[in-house]
Ligand binder design. Sequence first.
Ligand code: IPE
Ligand code: IPE
Ligand code: MG
Length: 264
Amino acid sequence: MSDTRPPSGPLPRHVAIIMDGNGRWAEERGLPRLEGHRQGAKSVRDIVTYAREIGIRYLTLFAFSSENWGRPADEVAGLMDLLHEYLVEERPTMIKNGIEFSTIGVVEKLPKTVQRMIDGCKKATTGLDGMRLTLALSYGGREEITRALKKIARGVDRGEIDPAEIDESTVKAHLDTHDMPDPDLLIRTSGERRISNFMMWQLAYAELVFTEVAWPDFAREDFNRALMAYQKRERRFGLTTSQLQGGPVYNDAAFVPHEGAKSA
Ligand code: IPE
Ligand code: IPE
Ligand code: MG
């Protein structure tokens, strides 16, 4: 076990990561892309453990986008196998470490075997309050917002929602992330500086940290560097510096954390 320590200072409550660069990592080494994904899964295990250890309350990982279905069939199949393997192997660790598992995205599109493992992990970890780990699977931000709009429209149709009463909290309540605070910090690995349709609504005021490190090489030290960069930022949420009172400020102060995270 590494004796790495996080930087002192307030930690983000919710960290989201676009785990990018597996394919290039492998190609640079003359390996098949899947080998990059395999190494990437090791980084997932280590960063999840570390985030839990240092007290991050919510960790959301972009594992497979709605657009990634368009990749070559063998890469998609390989990713699904790895996901299945990850869930089988990590379930006991999640339980042991008090990690509550959840997903965002259209999991119904995933292979049935994977869906069963997802259900199993969710059931086995409901209410655990060490950390909430969320995997974004078959996830697209615009698609999520579109699904939310459909649900709201149905609510209006049934007379359950008054259109005049629709506000931001109505939209939030219909997103996959309805029971999570917005990410405070977004990390993207491997040099790309874009959002790629990840959490389009929720990232409104997240601090963005980009690193050149490819996801398979992303280690605790790199996570600490991102936390340090986060701590140097001043989150103003449209206000002025003198209006800020110090202490951690979140852009969704009205958010009520799920049962387990109340001590955060
Ligand atoms: C991220 O790595 C993992 C997934 C998108 C599933 P990539 O596979 O996108 O790696 P690059 O960006 O091609 O190097
Ligand atoms: C975003 O990475 C999706 C995941 C990390 C799962 P991509 O590699 O798919 O994004 P683009 O294609 O570079 O924008
Ligand atoms: Mg990529």
